[in-house]
Design a protein around this ligand. Structure first.
Ligand SMILES: [Zn+2]
Length: 94
C-alpha cells in the first residue's frame, strides 16, 4: 500500500480541511517505573514461570499500522481511528 505524504484532511482542531503530513508512529520503549511494569518485574524476579500465557507461535503475520497526521496550520498531531493491517506499506514522497 502506498499513500501520499501530504493529504488534505479534516482537522478537528481547526475545524476545516487543511494540508496534513502523514508519519508512522515510532514504538516507544516501556516505562520502567510505571505501576504495571513494576508489578511485572516483581513477578519475573526469582524462580517461576512467565506470569501470563506466552504468545509464542501464534503471533499474527502482520502488525497494525499507527498513522499520525500533522496539521500544517495548527501543528497538532492526530491519529484517526484504529490502525489497519498491511503487509507492505510506503509513504510516497514528493
Ligand atoms: Zn489544524
Amino acid at each position: 500500500m502506498i499513500i501520499p505524504k501530504v493529504q488534505r484532511r479534516y482537522c478537528r482542531f481547526c475545524k476545516k480541511y487543511t494540508e496534513q503530513t502523514v508519519t508512522e508512529a515510532k514504538r516507544k520503549p516501556r516505562k520502567k517505573n510505571s505501576r504495571s511494569q513494576r508489578r511485572f518485574m516483581r513477578k519475573m524476579k526469582g524462580y517461576g514461570s512467565f506470569p501470563r500465557q506466552n504468545p509464542k507461535g501464534r503471533e499474527k503475520p502482520t502488525k497494525k499500522l499507527d498513522l499520525r497526521y500533522k496539521c500544517a496550520e495548527c501543528k497538532k498531531t492526530q491519529s484517526i481511528g484504529t490502525g489497519f493491517r498491511v503487509k507492505k506499506f510506503e509513504i510516497r514522497k514528493e
